[in-house]
Design a protein around this ligand. Structure first.
Ligand SMILES: Nc1ncnc2c1ncn2[C@@H]1O[C@H](COP(=O)(O)OP(=O)(O)O)[C@@H](O)[C@H]1O
Ligand SMILES: [Mg+2]
Length: 312
């Protein structure tokens, strides 16, 4: 590999909306002696003429960042999103730590692939289907409803509880959530008490914080008004399931959504590769931004000697 110059102690935080999370992260990195800049993936370029840096990142004209912390991949056309992921793949190939990396993001932004990987690993997750036609989705949902199961349809790339539909009876099927012709369906999981689920935050393979989220409706997302309550980390089943799920999708850190069914069995609903932690921070004593910064920087500093050797 050709030597790539990296700027010491300078981090790119990829985000289009830094907000509360970006500020917390920036502060935690600064406290550890690392400067950071917010960068939108929409403003990066590939420069493959053999001169200069192969990846152009605004604010990083003299060298690539020591590491890249991904707090958001913007939506767009298939070509645009592929291009944004190319930037992240490219940085990793050049030896720059990318947290979470493009592969992990691809696997979990797509709920169909998350379900596939969880099931393939033998981890508990509700039965799910991805089909390419409304007719098949409708037939599937009818079949499930007739055998006594409620269903949820979700945008394949959705987040924060946006665009999900619950199907309790045959008449509800008309409002199936659609993603440009693709339909993701998951069996609805009933809980024994008031609607709630768990958000478990895993860093470097270990659960660092968890909460119970009580939704105003069946949607328990904080963004949909869910109320957060702390969960102690001595529930080993819950923590182990979250950690196994994160290992399965190969992520450095993640927020795992888990629900407990009427038989008290935990099941993984989805895994988030760019999880929010504002709600969770309000009910936990650990400082999540500090834990993330420490783990992320341990990847960067582990690579620093290798990059310096390459550059000299
Ligand atoms: N299969 C399901 N059974 C019961 N509730 C569900 C199911 N899937 C999702 N939910 C509820 O909807 C919320 C959002 O679903 P999720 O798959 O996590 O999508 P998002 O990416 O929008 O957060 C979950 O936190 C949970 O409260
Ligand atoms: Mg979720």
């Amino acid at each position: 590999m050709k030597a790539i110059c990296t700027l010491p102690h300078k981090i790119a935080i990829f985000t289009d909306e830094p907000g509360w999370h970006g500020a917390r992260l920036k502060r935690a990195l600064a406290a550890r002696g690392f400067e950071s800049s917010y960068v939108s993936l929409t403003r990066c370029q590939l420069n493959l003429d053999g001169n200069g840096l192969p990846i152009v990142i605004p604010g990083f004209d003299d060298g690539l960042p020591t590491g890249a912390f991904v707090r958001g991949v913007p939506g767009g056309s298939l070509e645009q999103v592929t291009f944004y992921l190319d930037i992240l793949h490219g940085l990793k190939l050049l030896g720059i730590p990318v947290y979470n990396d493009a592969r992990a993001i691809e696997r979990t932004v797509d709920k169909g692939m998350t379900s596939f990987l969880l099931r393939h690993a033998g981890l508990p997750t509700p039965p799910a289907w991805v089909v390419n036609s409304r007719e098949e989705a409708v037939n599937l949902a009818k079949r499930e409803l007739e055998s006594g199961h409620q269903m949820v349809s979700k945008p394949l790339f959705g987040s924060q509880g946006e665009g999900l539909q619950r199907h309790q009876k045959l008449e509800d099927i008309a409002c199936l959530a659609e993603s440009n012709g693709v339909f993701y369906l998951q069996r609805f999981v009933e809980c024994s008490e008031q609607s709630h689920d768990f958000r478990v935050f895993v860093i470097h393979g270990k659960t660092v914080a968890a909460m119970r989220r009580y939704g105003k409706t069946w949607l328990n997302n904080v963004a949909q008004g869910g109320r957060c309550e702390p969960v102690r980390l001595d529930d080993l089943h819950l923590c182990k399931l979250a950690e196994d799920a994160v290992k399965t999708v190969g992520m450095a850190y993640a927020g795992v959504d888990i629900i407990r069914d009427v038989q008290d069995r935990y099941t993984v609903i989805e895994i988030n590769s760019v999880p929010a932690w504002k709600g969770l921070q309000g009910v936990t004593e650990v400082i999540i931004a500090d834990l993330l910064a420490d783990d992320f920087l341990s990847h960067c500093t582990a690579l620093a000697p290798r990059l310096q050797a390459l550059a000299s």
